[in-house]
Write a protein that binds this ligand. Sequence first.
Ligand code: NAG
Ligand code: NAG
Ligand code: NAG
Ligand code: NAG
Length: 469
Amino acid sequence: MASSSLCALLLAAFACHCHAAAAAAAYRRPHAIGVNYGNLGDDLPTAARSVKLLRKAHAGAVKLYNADQRILHALAGTGIPVSVMVPNDIVPSLADSRAAAREWVDNNIKRHPRVRVMYLLVGNELLSYPALAASTWGKIVPAMKNLRHALHAIGRGRVKLGTPLAMDALAASYPPSAGAFREDIAGPVMRPLLDFLNHTRSYYFVDAYPYFPWAANQKDISLDYALFEGNASSHYVDPATRLTYTNLLDQMLDACIAAMDKLGYGGVKLAISETGWPNAGDPGQAGANVRNAALYNRHLARRMHKKLGTPARPRSNMPVFVFALYNEDLKPGAGTERHWGMFYPNGTWVYQVDLTGRRTVRSYPPLPPPDGQTGKLEWCVLAGGGKPLNETAVALALNYACGQGTGTCAAIQPGGACYEPNTLDAHASYAINAYWQQFKAKGGSCYFNGLAVKTNKDPSYLSCKFPSY
Ligand SMILES: *[C@@H]1O[C@H](CO)[C@@H](O)[C@H](O)[C@H]1NC(C)=O
Ligand SMILES: *[C@@H]1O[C@H](CO)[C@@H](O)[C@H](O)[C@H]1NC(C)=O
Ligand SMILES: *[C@@H]1O[C@H](CO)[C@@H](O)[C@H](O)[C@H]1NC(C)=O
Ligand SMILES: *[C@@H]1O[C@H](CO)[C@@H](O)[C@H](O)[C@H]1NC(C)=O
């Protein structure tokens, strides 16, 4: 109260700036990660409510996929740093005409003097669309140059220009030291882009999602490693650099650095324009659940708070934007696409997360179990209860189960983790569960002529793990 009335008295003529400065001072979250505010939903909160939710998550910044006037209006005076985006389809026209670039900047940035614009991103994942190669790829840097000129002209020369690229800009990313840009873009597109970014001290903006490589290769990549929870046994040493990787995101980021380095621009800073983890998906889309999404984003915030950087660039400070503010119901594609939000469309948390990263990951309330569908893991085992079982029937069940699927009974072969105790009942329990886990989604039942029952109690013992999905 006191400060705002003083403000009003002394600076009445500059009330607007005074207000913006006060709000900016009140909104200082230097190392908090930012949030992508996508709005491909027909049920999403208003811009004003969304700003409240950004504050609730302690977001360090917000990134838009456009220059939506209502959203910019709601952000005015909040002090929240904002990243604005030029849509893909007008990039060529802004490259071809300085006047067009000037007009775009006037309409979308100059018009909002109280919005704290930090980044102006030119297009979104443009290099992932071969159909735009001829019309647009060569126009990215010329558009940036015209926009930069226009920003200087309105006194906003500190706004950094960039263009978010997906990981498919790289032809190789493993090991990280092998990172290299695709041949079709390295010379003609990346070199001039990196030169511009280097010259203007801007960032290489990358959309990096460990979820996708993990989901595509669960045999070789442990979930813990993708979720920043890996232990020494899952760490990876790059054979060329001898750098040790403790998580998949760092690997992906350092692959980008290696690719830039090969073109002579290893010094360009990195920013993560998108990252995150889906909180749900279609049945059978492994790993897409609330628990994993919460762990990923909490660890991410924590790492940025600690300014860990990556093995190739330790202790570096990186702007980061998590994807996304909301679950967006109008996004096409697999079920995971509509489930990246920290908030449901009704404004309640999907899971709590403090984007300042000041909170330790273990200090949050317990998370639901990994199986997001039922909320409970289930196994299907031999019915016990003490009554003697018909051995012939149990043996038939065991043989049947083991004959289905692939590798169903590998663990109960001699030397397998579940071979001991080597009894008919123990082996049948394992086999029945292994069968059911593989076939329940396709209609397989947990019955076996009444020999089998479902349980929520994990029957795993010692190193013998009964699967549950
Ligand atoms: C990148 O920018 C730095 C600082 O302006 C400059 O010294 C360096 O030569 C640039 N690198 C390239 C490859 O142009
Ligand atoms: C280390 O992580 C791996 C993979 O996540 C896990 O299987 C193993 O049990 C862990 N080891 C220890 C000692 O925690
Ligand atoms: C908000 O939506 C979620 C998901 O549909 C639901 O679980 C939750 O109960 C809703 N909360 C309120 C307060 O309506
Ligand atoms: C045991 O199960 C077998 C195979 O299902 C069946 O033929 C037999 O009659 C059963 N024996 C008893 C005592 O129920």
